[in-house]
Ligand binder design. Structure first.
Ligand code: ADP
Ligand code: TPW
Ligand code: MG
Length: 580
C-alpha cells in the first residue's frame, strides 16, 4: 500500500474529459491503493479492464486457467502483505478462480478476486443471461468477505472494503463483484474522482494486552521441556529478527511448520525438526506462534502430544484459541507487536529449558540425522525420492535466495524434510489443505513479485493440475525451473488394475511421459535426467541461465508410499475383493 496519506484524490493526468466510466474508476482506485500487478484471464466483461490497467502501468499477467491466476495472486499476497489481485470473467471463469480464493482464505493469504458478472436484472430473474451466475452469493461461503458494486460511484468504497477485509486481522480471500454494466457505466469525472478511497493503515497493528504477555512468560519460565512452534502466520508477519532473537535469547528448541522453514535457517542448532515426533510427545509447555492446532499438528492431541502439555498461542484471531485444545496463555495480537513486547518484558535468565531436555533432543536429532544420511547417500538406480532431492538440496545450498515451490505427496513430504531453507518465506507449498494445483501459479506469482528465480519441485500428478502455465512462464520469460518427479503415478507408478482389465489403476499415470517436451513447445529448455549428477547439473545450468526450464526427473515407480506421510488419514477398505 502507498504510505502517503491521500484520501479522495486521483492523479490529474488520468482525466482529460469531464466524463469517465467504471473501467477507468477501477483502474484509478487500484493505482491509488498501490496495486502493481493483476493476475487474470481476459474475456467478457473484463477485457477492457485488463487492457486499460496495462495501459495505465499496472502489470497484467495473463494465465491459461483462472485457478493458476488466483494461486499467483494468493502467493503474491502472502509474500508482500498486500492483497494479490486476480481478475476473472463471469460464471465459469469466476468459479475456476474461486478454488484459489477459497484456498487463500484457508491459508490466511490476502487476496482479492475481482470478477466481472452478467446483468443483475437477468440473473435475479434467472432468465438465462450469457454466463449467468449469482456470483457474490456463490462466493460467500468460501471467502472472508464478498461484496458487489452496483453503481459506478461505489467502486472506490467497494475496493476499499475489499482491501481492508483481505489484509486486516487474519488475512484471507475476498470477492469483489463488478457487473458488466457498472464497468461500462459513465460517470462525471469529478464525481468519480471524489468517490475514490485511499485505504489508510489497511492492516492496523493489534497490540496484545500486557497481562497476556506476562502470563505467557510465567508459563514458559515454569517449563522444564518448552517448545516453540513457528507457523506460516509467523512467516507472513515479517517479524523475522524479533522471532529469532526471542528463540535465541530463551534458548528454547523450535519446530518450523513447513512454510515457516527458513524463518531461522534450517541448520540452526535450536531447530528440533530432526526430532519432531519426540519433541511433540515430550514438551510440557508449547508456544505456538502463528500456527493452528489443525490436522497438520495432530490437533494437539494424544498420541502425538502429551495430554498434560500446556499451550501458549500467539494469534491475531482470538477465535482460534481453544479450537482443538485448551490454551492456557492466549496472546491475542499481531505477531510483530507481540514479539516486540515479549522481548521487552523478557528478564535475562528467567526462561531456561532444562539441560536434560536439550541433551535428549540433541541425541534424538543425531540418531535421526544419521539414519537419514544413510538413505540420502544410497545411490539407487532408478533414483528414489532421497537421492533426487539430495541432488537438488546440494545445488540450492548455494542459492539461498531461490524460492522453492513444492507439491505432490511423496515429492512434497520428502521435499519438506530434505530441502533446507535458509531465508524466510522462500518455501511455498500445498499448505493447509494439502491441495494439488498450486505449483505453476505460485511459481509465477513468486517470480513476478520478487524477480528472483524459482525451483518448483513437482510430483508428476501435482504438476498436471497447472502444467499448461508453462506457456505463461515462457511468455513472460520467467526464471522458473520446474522439476517433475516422474514416478508415473499418484504416490506410486506400479499399482495394478484389480479387475484384470487393460485400463491402468486409478493411481497410475502414463509410463515414459516426456514432460520436458512440453516446455520445448514454448521455447523453454527441457532436460530428461535419470541420475543425481545429471539432475544437479540440469538445475545448476537452469538457475544460471535464469530462463524457463523443465527437468523430467525419473523416479522409481516403486519408491513412494500411498498418501505419502499421511497414510493414517487414508481410509482403506477392510474387505478383500475376490480378485485382489
Ligand atoms: P501453519 O500451517 O504453518 O501451521 P496456519 O496457517 O495453520 O500455519 O496458522 C497461521 C496462523 O497465524 C493463523 O491462525 C492466523 O490467524 C495467524 N496469523 C496470521 N498472520 C498473523 C499476524 N500478523 N499476527 C498474528 N497471527 C497471525
Ligand atoms: C485438488 C489428492 C493428494 S497428493 C496427489 C493427489 C492427486 C498427487 C500425488 O502424486 P504426485 O506425487 O504429485 O505424483 P508423488 O510424489 O507421491 O507421486 N485433488 C486436489 N488436491 C489433492 N490433494 C488431491 C486431488 C492428491
Ligand atoms: Mg508421482
Amino acid at each position: 500500500m502507498a504510505t502517503k496519506v491521500v484520501t479522495r484524490a486521483v492523479p490529474d493526468e488520468l482525466h482529460t474529459s469531464a466524463v469517465t466510466d467504471g473501467f477507468h474508476i477501477v483502474v484509478d482506485a487500484l493505482k491509488l491503493n498501490g496495486v502493481e500487478t493483476i493476475f487474470g484471464v481476459a474475456g467478457i466483461p473484463i477485457t477492457d479492464l485488463a487492457r486499460l490497467a496495462q495501459a495505465e502501468g499496472i502489470r497484467y499477467i495473463g494465465f491459461r486457467h483462472e485457478q493458476s491466476a488466483g494461486n499467483a495472486a494468493a502467493i503474491a499476497g502472502y509474500l508482500t502483505q498486500k492483497p494479490g489481485i486476480c481478475l476473472t470473467v463471469s460464471a465459469p471463469g469466476f468459479l475456476n478462480g474461486l478454488v484459489a480464493l477459497a484456498n487463500a482464505t484457508t491459508n490466511g493469504f490476502p487476496m482479492i478476486q475481482i470478477s466481472g458478472s452478467s446483468s443483475r436484472a437477468i440473473i435475479d430473474l434467472q432468465q438465462g443471461d450469457y454466463e449467468e451466475l449469482d456470483q457474490m452469493n456463490a462466493a460467500k461461503p468460501y471467502t472472508k468477505a464478498a461484496f458487489r458494486v452496483d453503481r459506478p460511484e461505489d467502486i472506490g468504497i467497494g475496493l476499499a472494503r475489499a482491501i481492508r477485509a483481505a489484509v486486516s486481522g487474519r488475512p484471507g480471500g475476498v470477492y469483489l463483484d463488478l457487473p458488466g454494466d457498472v464497468l461500462a457505466a459513465a460517470l462525471d469525472a469529478n464525481v468519480a474522482a471524489e468517490s475514490l478511497v485511499h485505504v489508510v493503515d489497511p492492516a492496523p497493528r493489534q497490540i496484545p494486552a500486557p497481562e497476556s504477555i506476562d502470563r505467557a512468560l510465567n508459563l514458559l519460565a515454569s517449563a522444564q521441556r518448552p517448545l516453540i512452534i513457528l507457523g506460516k502466520g509467523a512467516a507472513y508477519a515479517q517479524a523475522d529478527a524479533d522471532i529469532r532473537s526471542f528463540i535465541e535469547t530463551t534458548g528454547i528448541p523450535y519446530l518450523p511448520m513447513s512454510m515457516a522453514k527458513g524463518l531461522l535457517p534450517d541448520n540452526h542448532p535450536q531447530s528440533a525438526a530432526a526430532a519432531r515426533s519426540f519433541v511433540l510427545a515430550q514438551a510440557d509447555v508449547v508456544m505456538l506462534i502463528g500456527a493452528r492446532l489443525n490436522w497438520l499438528l495432530g490437533h494437539g492431541k494424544a498420541p502425538q502430544w502429551s495430554s498434560t502439555a500446556r499451550f501458549i498461542q500467539v494469534d491475531i484471531s482470538p477465535t482460534e484459541f481453544d479450537s482443538n485444545r485448551p490454551i492456557a496463555a492466549p496472546i491475542a495480537g499481531d505477531i510483530c507487536s507481540a514479539l516486540s513486547i515479549l522481548l521487552t518484558k523478557l528478564k535475562p535468565g528467567s526462561i531456561r529449558p532444562g539441560s536434560a531436555w536439550l541433551d535428549a533432543i540433541a541425541k534424538r536429532k543425531q540418531g535421526n540425522v544419521e539414519r537419514m544420511a544413510a538413505h540420502l547417500n544410497a545411490n539407487p538406480s532408478p533414483m528414489d525420492f532421497y537421492s533426487a532431492l539430495r541432488a537438488i538440496r546440494d545445488v540450492l545450498a548455494e542459492h539461498s535466495d531461490v524460492y522453492v515451490v513444492n507439491e505432490g505427496a511423496n515429492t512434497l513430504d520428502f521435499g519438506r524434510n530434505i530441502i533446507d531453507m535458509r531465508q524466510p518465506r522462500k518455501r511455498l507449498d500445498s499448505g493447509t489443505w494439502g491441495v494439488m494445483g498450486i505449483g505453476m501459479g505460485y511459481a509465477v506469482g513468486a517470480a513476478v513479485v520478487s524477480s528472483e528465480p524459482v525451483v518448483a519441485i513437482e510430483g508428476d500428478s501435482a504438476f498436471g493440475f497447472s502444467g499448461m502455465e508453462l506457456e505463461t512462464i515462457c511468455r513472460y520469460d520467467l526464471p522458473v525451473v520446474t522439476v517433475v518427479f516422474n514416478n508415473n503415478g499418484i504416490y506410486r507408478g506400479d499399482d495394478v488394475n484389480h479387475s484384470g482389465g487393460t485400463d491402468p489403476s486409478p493411481t497410475v499415470l502414463l509410463k515414459n511421459a516426456r514432460y520436458e517436451k512440453l516446455i520445448e513447445a514454448f521455447g523453454g529448455t527441457g532436460q530428461y535426467v535419470t541420475d543425481p549428477q545429471s539432475l544437479a547439473k540440469a538445475v545448476t545450468d537452469a538457475l544460471a541461465a535464469r530462463k524457463p526450464a523443465l527437468i523430467n526427473c525419473i523416479i522409481d515407480p516403486r519408491a513412494g508410499t500411498e498418501s505419502g506421510h499421511i497414510q493414517n488419514l487414508n481410509p482403506r477398505s477392510a474387505i478383500t475383493n475376490s480378485k485382489n
